[in-house]
Write a protein that binds this ligand. Structure first.
Ligand SMILES: [Zn+2]
Length: 342
């Protein structure tokens, strides 16, 4: 068995199986796509298949041999996974060195070693250069799978040595249907599928964080935003972001998730303003009535400017600016833009 369980990526599964069967296996893969599209699950399936010692079928693992059992328990000595530790922003150079050291060793059990690097787009230059040395002279027994959300931060010297596989999101309507089947309220399913940009894994993560409930209140509060409410809104965001976050870094990530909901709301307003009606493809379809009304009060460009302010705030939070000041700045600007009547 291998790869079948990864929904939506069967074309990629077919390509991996072809490579495994043909024996023309690259020594480095780069799986790129949004979080939650099955990149890590696919990388683990590939590693497990490569390490399985029952070679009856080269494109699947057996689940019975000692290697498969060790892998399932997370104890396989020829498998190593590295990524950004919780609470950190970048992949530590130490993890890359450890991986480099392990790659130079002979396999403990069979004739292969497999390495998965979860956040290959979050290596700093020093770590990337260190890893490049291993990629330039790869030990024959090693297979690397790099996972990234974007190719842009990865040096070309690395990407050019990897076989790049792009993981696509599913259509929002398809994801919406699935979420509804799982029992989510239809309006919430509609919004969540779009908020997650069609990424099934991200949709589940956001659903667990009850983001759809937060968004309902957010849309209501933003539709009434005024200069009497800006600091209260800022307080509310700060409290919501810190709830359930274990560290300052987690709080920042949570805050960015919450702010993205506001960006989506202003995008909806811009769409409705441009279309001259709210009968267009809105993410917040449950708020069609109020969005339709508010959209008549300003041109689409004004709403896009407000969405831009939110994106700027998200960037500032990501760059370690003072979150509280950033929120105060944002909601004051948004309240001012909304004017006294909105
Ligand atoms: Zn096996």
């Amino acid at each position: 068995m291998a790869f079948e369980t990864i929904q939506d990526q069967q074309e990629i599964a077919r390509r991996l199986r072809d490579s495994l069967t043909s024996g023309r296996l690259p020594h480095a893969w780069l799986f790129v796509g949004s979080a939650g599209t099955g990149r890590l699950a696919m990388a683990r399936e590939l590693a497990r298949t490569l390490l399985c010692s029952s070679r009856e079928r080269p494109d699947s693992w057996c689940g019975l041999c000692a290697d498969c059992r060790l892998f399932a328990k997370g104890n396989h000595p020829d498998y190593l996974e590295a990524g950004v530790p919780e609470g950190r922003q970048v992949l530590p150079i130490g993890s890359v060195r450890e991986l480099q050291k392990a790659a130079a060793l002979k396999p403990v059990r069979g004739n292969r070693r497999a390495f998965v690097i979860r956040d290959a787009d979050r290596m700093n230059l020093e770590a990337a250069n260190c890893f490049l040395k291993t990629l330039e002279e790869p030990p024959g027994s090693c297979v690397f799978v790099l996972i990234a959300s974007s190719l842009r931060p990865i040096p070309e010297t690395i990407t050019s040595r990897c076989r790049v596989v792009r993981f696509v999101n599913v259509a929002a309507d398809v994801l919406e249907g699935r979420l509804e089947t799982e029992g989510l309220d239809p309006e919430d399913a509609h919004w969540l599928a779009r908020r997650a940009w069609g990424s099934p894994g991200l949709a589940q993560q956001l659903r667990q964080a009850r983001l759809q409930e937060f968004n309902r209140e957010l849309v209501d509060r933003l539709s009434r935003l005024s200069l009497q409410d800006n600091f209260a809104l800022s307080d509310w965001f700060a409290t919501q972001a810190s709830e359930g976050s274990a560290s300052a870094a987690d709080t920042r990530l949570a805050l960015q998730d919450l702010l993205e909901c506001a960006a989506l709301y202003y995008r909806d307003l811009a769409l409705a303003a441009a279309a001259g009606s709210a009968e267009c493809s809105l993410c917040n379809s449950a708020a069609r009535g109020s969005i339709g009304q508010l959209a008549t009060r300003a041109p689409a460009d004004d709403f896009l400017d407000r969405a831009q302010l939110v994106l700027e705030a998200i960037e500032r939070v990501g760059a370690n600016a003072n979150s509280r000041l950033t929120l105060d700045w944002l909601f004051t600007r948004l309240a001012r833009a909304a004017g006294p009547s909105t």
